[in-house]
Design a protein around this ligand. Structure first.
Ligand SMILES: Cc1cc2nc3c(=O)[nH]c(=O)nc-3n(C[C@H](O)[C@H](O)[C@H](O)COP(=O)(O)OP(=O)(O)OC[C@H]3O[C@@H](n4cnc5c(N)ncnc54)[C@H](O)[C@@H]3O)c2cc1C
Length: 486
């Protein structure tokens, strides 16, 4: 095996794979994946990719994105997303990818919450992520190293030279001229989440340890319609498009209580629906359900085959049965701070893209289906910047290959405690007092004899809690209740 490359990409989701699709064949690239290739959030994405349907729609897409972002978006980043999105999708289709079409061969666009028009492309019905991931894997022209967990970045004098990895029970270093973090979000720090099991904020934690800034870490998105009543670590998501296409949210008496919270009812943005369900359950102690009775069975099976199949496996007869739902952690708007070419400003030769990154394109709340589009658009920019700067000279520096224990015996219990603490303190509704207690406990855990992997989760969690404490007013996905007694 080689240990030196031009470009090293950490992560094999859309952000990593679409970056390398845009690099030249003669570039020497290695892709790293922590587990099997499909264990990433991209693979599990259901709803689709939001993209302006025509020139006129670009300004509406911008408006909807900024509106969802609640004033925290970087307008330049949103402009890039919505203007460059259609071209990126056109190119992907030119590569041979097929989104769902009607009989006449026209692309089918669906609607999701908080979009002012139908602009969500999908593939395989509700299997958009799986289709995109499979396609990108088929197109991959560079080697990929599976079951390889990055445990550290090799940096000196604010330059990144490579990564330390754990692979086949061995620790070793891999060097590269350019290093791209495409390692996704933070799902596993929360008790209930929809994310792949590989998504545990390792790289965010490594950045904290290296004083590389994270930003907006209080901005965590909770998906309102998740089936959480089974033992699986990754909870079954019930796509936003279900509500976009008419599904209702009801309590056990059939009451559509969402209208008490927002006039848009089921089509309110995610944060509002999540907070409403959480609050209503707490206040009334009633169960909440997704009601799919508006769908005709044949259509439902064809349009939402994955949900139909997965729920059928656990005993639900769709679209007839009501599905009990709860919000669950879904997406991290906060992440590793970068500029609009994915450059990590404080460290030379280091990039970040996809859910791991924070360009403020989503602001305080991501508009549904904008993250796959972010993966398409910003990875192209990263590839473009790498191509321009790859020829620059970079000195060779060797780092030792010593790594402290990755796992210690007490880690499992502490990891579970952390997930519970994050869900109850830094979850959908936050209270200052609870956040302070959580911060104290995280600091205690960091002082105890723990393995490095848990340390990384704790460092990321601490950033989420600290950011939540620093933002005193509710904004977007961050909902904080004031008052010292709570
Ligand atoms: C159930 C679900 C449904 C969704 N539906 C939609 C949708 O319809 N539309 C939409 O726009 N968005 C959707 N999203 C969000 C979207 O899928 C993700 O934001 C996006 O796919 C993230 O892509 P990514 O490439 O940044 O990360 P991921 O696809 O999560 O890939 C991360 C990669 O990094 C690797 N990795 C992580 N840590 C390490 C490490 N330490 N060392 C080495 N490798 C590492 C992982 O193995 C993986 O290969 C959904 C998310 C979920 C969970």
């Amino acid at each position: 095996m080689k240990f030196k490359y031009d470009v090293l990409v950490i992560g094999a989701g859309i952000a990593g794979l679409h970056t390398v699709l845009n690099l030249e064949k003669d570039c020497d690239v290695l892709v790293l994946a922590k587990d099997y290739a499909w264990e990433c959030n991209t693979f599990y994405a259901q709803g689709g990719v939001a993209v302006a349907v025509d020139e006129e729609d670009i300004s509406y897409h911008i408006k909807d994105t900024l509106h969802a972002g609640a004033g925290l978006c970087d307008e330049g980043a949103v402009d890039i997303l919505c203007h460059e999105g259609p071209q990126a999708i056109k190119e992907f289709i030119k590569h041979g990818f097929e989104f769902d079409k009607d009989r006449a061969g026209n692309l089918l666009y669906t609607k999701e919450a908080a979009h002012s028009r139908n602009r969500i492309l999908h593939a395989g019905g509700d299997a958009t992520g799986r289709y995109i991931h499979q396609f990108l894997m088929d197109k991959l022209k560079f080697p990929i190293l599976y079951n390889t967990q990055v445990t550290d970045l090799l940096t000196e004098d604010s330059i990144c030279y490579g990564v330390r990895v754990f692979h086949n029970n061995e620790i070793f270093n891999i060097y590269a001229k350019k290093i791209v973090i495409a390692s996704g979000g933070v799902g596993s720090v929360y008790e209930y989440h929809t994310n792949a099991r590989t998504i545990s904020s390792d790289m965010q934690g490594i950045c904290v340890a290296h004083n590389i800034p994270l930003r907006d870490m209080e901005m965590m998105q909770f998906h309102p319609t998740v089936f959480v009543e089974d033992d699986a670590v990754r909870k079954q998501l019930l796509s936003e498009s279900l509500r976009g296409e008419g599904a209702k949210i009801v309590d056990e008496d059939g009451v559509r209580f969402l209208f008490d919270y927002d006039d848009r009812g089921e089509l309110s943005p995610r944060n509002i629906v999540s907070q409403a369900i959480f609050d209503y359950k707490l206040k009334t102690n009633k169960k909440v359900f997704l009601d799919l009775n508006n769908f005709e069975e044949g259509f439902f099976m064809k349009r939402f085959p994955s949900i139909y199949f997965n729920m059928n496996n656990i005993g639900y007869n769709l679209p007839f049965d009501l599905i009990p739902i709860s919000p669950a952690f879904h997406y991290a708007m906060g992440g590793i701070k970068s500029d609009l070419f994915g450059r990590v400003e404080s460290v030379d030769s280091l990039y970040v893209v996809g859910e791991a990154a924070n360009t403020r394109v989503h602001g305080a709340n991501r508009l549904a289906s904008n993250s796959l589009l972010e993966g398409f658009v910003f990875s192209k920019r990263v590839a473009q910047d790498i191509k321009l700067s790859l020829k620059e000279k970079k000195k060779n520096v060797d780092f030792d290959e010593i790594e402290p224990s990755l796992i210690k015996p007490s880690d499992k219990n502490l990891k579970n405690e952390l997930r519970d603490l994050m869900w109850n303190s830094a979850g959908i509704i936050r209270h200052k007092k609870k956040l302070q207690v959580a911060l104290g406990r995280v600091e205690e855990m960091l002082e105890s004899p723990i393995g490095k992997l848990l340390r990384l989760r704790l460092l990321s969690s601490r950033e989420i809690i600290k950011s939540a404490l620093n933002r005193k007013e509710s904004l977007g996905a961050h909902y904080i209740i004031k008052g010292d007694n709570i």
